[in-house]
Design a protein around this ligand. Structure first.
Ligand code: FAD
Length: 343
């Protein structure tokens, strides 16, 4: 049997371990965390990701644990809606539920090693599923592939109250974003982003929450209500990092999946979805083709699409968090919203 070593037991690593043919490969997963994350956040799962979850065999459980997105409003920070749109086919799922279900789908034959990997393990194929700060990418792709720090801070969390229909959606201000969406079990998922010097590592969550309350004070009533209910122990705060453009995801016995390959800004809500698709595509190819051919086909199927999403996400971030261009953006959105309502 061929050996496959997966560095990182997050979304990408677990999905790969769950779908590789255990009769064909001896699979080992290295994960630095001993436990699953305790702070709950929500991830939007688009239809392609749901197909990947069906291949893993956990789509019914995800559908039962998650909540369907039904409508989405785009608003200014006072709460006035520019647009309201129906959203079909997207499920919001708690990251903790997703990781738990992926973890349970990994066969017993997969070896688990807990602890941080600091240099490339081997022999056999090494998969970098170790996220935006990937050791595998750094070791094989070198210093030009190092992750880049964006100027933006992101906070997110879940509060225990349902979101009123007329307060859900995304609020875009001058260099600031606030999001309110339904979460499973009648709760509310919220997120916020803006420029900040906090961090970059180990952001103090209470300080970040304080800063966010001050920043959004006096804005839409829905934002105030959500922030009043947010607690530091139920909030994550981190600076956003991204990965520079890569032309190939394979190099000298290694292959990258998920954020290790294409870590992007979160504004399209696609990073975890693409991580799932990478892993299911890679496993399908490795299970059915000789190794060199499988890796060539993986590059062909995944690089252009995921790099295009990486670029589109960063364009979206510039639009959502626009500063000097914000008045013009808002005028265009306001006119477009009026035209949309009149047709
Ligand atoms: C604010 C925010 C909101 C987001 N919202 C969405 C959304 O709505 N929808 C969506 O699709 N995506 C979203 N994303 C993106 C999504 O979180 C990531 O794309 C996804 O987590 C990538 O999964 P991954 O498995 O590739 O990497 P990670 O989730 O980073 O997992 C990497 C794993 O590797 C482990 N690891 C790292 N280094 C080592 C090492 N040296 N040794 C051993 N183990 C190691 C880590 O502990 C971790 O478990 C969002 C991201 C942010 C920041």
């Amino acid at each position: 049997m061929h050996g496959i070593t997966i560095v990182g037991g997050g979304i990408a690593g677990l999905a790969l371990a769950a779908t590789l043919d255990s009769g064909r490969f001896h699979v080992t997963v290295h994960e630095q965390r001993n436990t699953l994350p305790t702070v709950e956040t929500s991830l939007a799962m688009w239809p392609e990701a749901q197909q990947a979850l069906a291949t893993v065999g956990i789509l019914p459980e995800i559908q039962a644990a998650g909540s369907a997105f039904e409508a989405m409003a785009l608003r200014d920070v006072s709460g006035k809606a520019w647009f309201r749109a129906e959203v079909a086919g997207v499920i919001g799922v708690s990251r903790a539920d997703l990781l738990r279900l992926l973890d349970a789908a990994v066969p017993e034959t997969v070896a688990r090693v807990f602890g941080a990997v600091t240099s490339l393990p081997g022999p056999g194929l090494v998969v970098g599923a170790d996220g935006v700060h990937s050791v595998v990418r750094r070791e094989r792709w070198g210093p030009r592939s190092l992750e880049r720090l964006s100027p933006y801070l992101a906070l997110r969390g879940i509060i225990d109250e349902p979101v009123p229909v007329d307060e859900g959606g995304e609020y875009w201000g001058r260099g600031e974003l606030f999001g309110i969406a339904p979460a499973s079990r009648q709760r509310t998922y919220w997120y916020a982003s803006y420029r900040s010097d906090l961090g970059p590592g180990g952001v103090d969550v209470a300080a970040a929450l304080d800063l966010t309350r001050r920043r959004f004070s006096g804005k839409a009533p829905g934002i105030g209500r959500v922030l009043a209910g947010a607690a530091p122990e139920a909030t994550l705060a981190q600076r956003i990092w991204t990965v520079p453009a890569l032309r190939r995801y394979t190099r000298d016995g290694t292959v990258l999946v998920g954020d290790a390959a294409h870590g992007m800004t979160p504004n399209l809500g696609r990073g975890a979805c693409e991580a799932l698709v990478d892993s299911v595509v890679l496993a399908g190819l490795l299970n059915s083709r000789p190794l060199p051919e499988a890796l060539r086909a993986y590059n062909k199927r995944r690089v252009v699409r995921s790099q295009a999403l990486r670029v589109a996400s960063s364009a979206m971030t510039r639009l959502v968090l626009a500063e000097s261009a914000q008045p013009l953006r808002d005028r265009i959105l306001s006119v477009a919203g009026r035209l949309d309502r009149s047709t």
